[in-house]
Write a protein that binds this ligand. Structure first.
Ligand code: HEC
Length: 446
């Protein structure tokens, strides 16, 4: 009897321990069990031809050490400095992770047009991971891709929506506002076409826009709307409705187009085929009646046949009386650029606000010697926090902040740009692609 009791006690202690010590699955284990096992391992298993080709065996427990901190087998991705999964964390860790490039369905158009050598998207075909799986993996990489510990809320996986490539549908004109339309145009096989088209808004007084919709035929690399700096002289204002290509067909730059670009003032833009951008209620952009809008389309055609581009933009406006705050354009430029020959140089400049501001959108601009462009918050509670990072001078990301980045009096943003000048001459600030720039574009409201 005594013995049985003894057993019961031991047994219940044992059960008790079981309950207390049963470990929750780590974020990495969840990725293995809920993503890799179901969507990847059928190809990336030991000894398969695909595993040999891709160099990636995702079937084993060691899948972690196959990916984190490891250079890709894909040569172009390796040469671009990517690792399969980076453990640097944050925006930079994400941008350095080849895995993210390969699965991020929402950036598919870009992936295909910017990186023809990066292979297919994973899983291959139009078999995209669910939004929940994508968010989960993304958050794990942003948290530094640890092998143990719980760094992401498992509930994200409940989101079973899936990306589907958008069908192009012409926009109906806005109920109140203006529609711009770049009519169908051709992009030759294996060709990149970037041009500007200046459009008259036909307005008598300034107007206020609080929503911008853009819809493009696929193949678009980016689309940006610019106004002009008020200091532009009339001879530099382009003619209406003429396409001004950035490059001639032989690849040389069109200097006249470059000249007008010096006076651009960023207004809005997107890198995805569809954008519907709403400013917070009562906040609006002011469009100066003195200028039209310079529309900048960039299409990339990697196929062997002609593709057709087309872009609709709806600028939805509100009455002046409904505007509580006008969104201001950020055009923060460091013109003190001096890059000694055969050297890597890092420049920084801070822009400090003297009143509280809310930043809604940012993107960087530099030329081909830029190897890294970083923006950090300066001052206040978020001092030092990285809010923007790119190593891509040609296609810097346009990043939206929701909620906006709030900066108080005396706080600001620090721009840190690194340039690799391997020429035998000093490089200075200038507008040609052989000169350099260091600009942060975007908008804020007070
Ligand atoms: C139908 C088979 C198949 C499936 C399923 C598949 N892959 Fe792949 N994967 C390949 C092939 C083939 C390659 C090599 C060619 C390429 O990159 O397009 C590859 C390459 C890769 C690479 C690049 C490796 C390197 O070092 O260059 C990564 C990363 C990758 N796959 C991740 C995944 C992930 C994650 C999944 C699941 C979400 C997945 N794959 C599902 C076939 C597959």
């Amino acid at each position: 009897m005594k013995r049985i009791l003894y057993f019961i006690i031991i047994f219940s202690i044992f059960i008790g321990c079981e309950e207390v010590e049963k470990p929750d699955r780590s974020t990495w284990n969840i990725i293995q069990e809920e993503v890799l096992l179901s969507s990847c391992v059928n190809c990336h298993a030991s000894q398969t031809a695909i595993t040999k080709q891709s160099g990636l065996d995702l079937s084993k427990n060691e899948a972690y050490s196959e990916m984190v901190g490891v250079s890709p087998k894909n040569i172009a991705a390796k040469e671009d400095g990517l690792v399969i999964v980076s453990n640097e964390g944050g925006m930079k860790g994400l941008a350095k992770s080849f895995l993210w490039e390969k699965i991020n369905a929402y950036d598919r158009e870009h992936y295909l047009s910017d990186h023809p050598q990066y292979g297919q998207m994973m899983p291959p075909g139009e078999n995209f991971l669910s939004d929940g799986q994508l968010k989960f993996i993304r958050s794990w990489i942003e948290a530094g891709a640890p092998e143990s510990g719980i760094v992401v809320d498992e509930k994200l996986l409940l989101d079973s929506n899936r990306y589907s490539p958008p069908e192009f549908t012409p926009l109906n004109p806005p109920e109140k506002g203006i529609q711009l339309h770049i009519k169908p145009f051709e992009v030759k096989p294996n060709y990149e076409r970037e041009f500007f088209q200046y459009t008259d808004l036909n307005i008598d007084g300034d107007i206020y826009a609080n929503r911008i919709e853009i819809e493009m035929r696929s193949g678009s690399h980016h689309f940006i709307l610019y106004s002009f700096d008020k200091n532009i002289n009339n001879s530099n204002i382009p003619e209406y409705d003429i396409k001004r290509d950035l490059r001639f067909e032989d690849g040389t730059m069109n200097v006249q187009t470059l000249r007008t670009m010096q006076y651009h003032e960023f207004f809005s833009g997107t890198q995805w085929p569809r954008m519907d951008y709403n400013l917070p209620p009562g906040v609006a952009f002011k469009l100066n009646s003195k200028f039209g809008i310079d529309q900048n389309a960039h299409y990339v055609n990697r196929s062997d046949s002609i593709i057709i581009g087309e872009v609709f933009t709806n600028i939805h406006t509100i009455d002046r009386s409904e505007v509580e705050k006008v969104a201001n354009i950020i055009n923060w430029s460091n013109q003190e650029i001096l890059l000694p020959p055969r050297k890597v140089t890092t420049l920084n400049k801070s822009f400090i606000t003297d009143a509280p501001i809310y930043i809604g959108q940012l993107f960087s601009h530099a030329h081909e010697k830029m190897t890294e462009f970083v923006v950090k918050i300066k001052g206040g509670e978020r001092n030092g926090e990285l809010v923007y990072w790119t190593d891509d001078w040609e296609h810097p990301p346009i990043i939206n902040y929701d909620p906006p980045i709030q900066l108080n009096n005396g706080e600001g943003l620090e721009l840190i740009a690194t340039y690799d000048n391997q020429e035998d001459r000093f490089i200075t600030f200038g507008f040609l692609s052989t000169d350099e720039m260091m600009i942060l574009f975007g908008w804020y409201y007070k």
